[in-house]
Write a protein that binds this ligand. Structure first.
Ligand code: ZN
Length: 423
């Protein structure tokens, strides 16, 4: 998270004194350290202007040190529970790799994570400095191998704010948090996808989708499209993840990242006028093909809900192969801010997959490798598709990896009824 209400970057220097057995840390680089009157003093200075947005942390820290290229990485932590420090360092290195390759140079020569107690459970991105609650990082139990490593994810998200908040920040208008939180979510998703592979993203996207869908029901004022979001977490984080992943899947990661580089070129480290969400959307539109413009409108400028399901899935053995017949139904609605819906014609490219016997558990969030994975043009009502596969088909899915905002994703998978030829 990262909120600031300021218009100008400024110089930063701080002298912090603390108990003699503690280390105090503020943004900037350590210039001096000394003892005086039984207290320990630290002087920090930042050599380039920053937002007037600073954190001060002090504790009996142990410090884990590592480096990535010219950037030194430090994790200030309680030595009694250092379990996840290496995951934070790994997350930092992999994020720096991705963000500096895909977006722009990292503006500092240091990156520090600082543990704080469970008085609150968040992490927040200050210049080269991330206070990080023990509740969401240092005490996380990551021993279950199939779980998403959320320490890695939070580290990537907070580091991404060094770009999306500290290099470029949105103007204080509707849609501001798209340029901060949605882009940090997207950046973290891409680092995670590189780390875990696209197959494993379904669990994360399902969490984001479920959270968006359930939270919008609890909206007390007005749900807004992503473009006009008013600091609504379920929109800028949860829906934002699904929207950016869907867009990246449709037009390609290289195109999305090109648009982000152009946004950085135009606005990084500059003063007013600050970019609005429409500037981001304009850059995304500029790299997308004409046939994808309508979907960009649906993703960013409207509240769009899909309802897709597999209504029938049958297969027949023909020689060495199976002929799989899949019937799907689909529809699209627009919602207004109060939840009133109107039908809208659907015309989207949607994934359809046929899965082998490996995972009969339809609820499993980790799907097996598909036998067939194709994108088909889906319009309203029922449509039937045929596929030929050489192994026994067990289940089929429409949008099985949950890239679209489908209000009931649980009916997107269905077991296949298999009959032998001639029976
Ligand atoms: Zn954030």
């Amino acid at each position: 998270m990262s909120q600031m209400g300021v218009a100008e970057r400024t110089g930063f220097r701080a002298i912090v004194s603390t108990a003699s057995d503690q280390i105090a840390v503020a943004p900037g680089y350590l210039q001096r350290e000394w003892e005086q009157d039984g207290r320990r003093h630290f002087e920090y200075h930042m050599d380039a202007p920053i937002w007037p947005f600073a954190s001060f942390s002090s504790a009996r820290y142990a410090v884990a040190r590592d480096s990535w290229n010219e950037v030194n990485i430090e994790v200030y932590h309680d030595p009694a529970h250092a379990y996840n420090v290496s995951s934070m360092i790994e997350g930092t290195k992999k994020s720096l790799d991705y963000f500096t390759t895909e977006f722009s140079a990292y503006q500092y020569r240091q990156f520090r994570i600082l543990e704080f107690p469970r008085y609150a459970s968040f992490a927040q991105s200050f210049p080269n400095t991330i206070p990080f609650s023990e509740a969401i990082g240092f005490l996380a139990d990551l021993r279950e191998e199939d779980d998403i490593d959320y320490v890695f994810y939070v580290t990537a998200h907070e580091l991404a704010h060094q770009w999306w908040a500290h290099q470029v920040i949105g103007a204080q208008v509707q849609g501001m948090t798209v340029l901060v939180e949605t882009l940090a979510q997207y950046s973290a998703l891409m680092v995670m996808e590189r780390e875990y592979g696209p197959q494993k993203m379904r669990r994360f996207l399902k969490y984001e989708l479920d959270n968006y869908l359930s939270s919008r029901g609890g909206e007390l004022i007005e749900e807004l499209p992503l473009k006009l979001v008013e600091n609504q977490g379920y929109v800028h984080y949860r829906k934002g993840s699904v929207v950016m992943y869907a867009l990246k899947d449709l037009i390609g990661e290289d195109k999305v990242n090109l648009a982000l580089r152009r946004l950085l070129d135009r606005f990084a480290f500059k003063g007013a006028p600050f970019p609005r969400s429409s500037d981001l959307i304009d850059e995304l539109r500029a790299v997308a093909a004409p046939e994808h413009q309508a979907y960009i409108t649906d993703l960013f400028e409207k509240i769009t809900l899909y309802d897709m399901k597999v209504t029938q899935a049958q297969a027949r053995k023909e020689g060495d192969e199976y002929l799989v017949t899949v019937t799907v139904s689909a529809g699209k609605k627009y919602s207004d801010g109060a939840g009133a819906e109107t039908d809208s014609p659907m015309d989207n490219l949607v994934d359809i997959a046929v899965f082998p016997q490996a995972s009969p558990d339809l609820a499993d969030e980790l799907l097996p490798e598909p036998l067939i994975f194709e994108t088909r043009r889906i319009t309203d009502g029922e449509q039937t598709f045929d596929f030929r596969v050489s192994e026994l088909p067990v289940q089929v899915g429409i949008d099985p990896y949950l890239k679209m905002i489908d209000r009931n994703p649980d009916d997107n998978l269905k077991s296949v009824e298999v009959s032998e030829a001639g029976l």
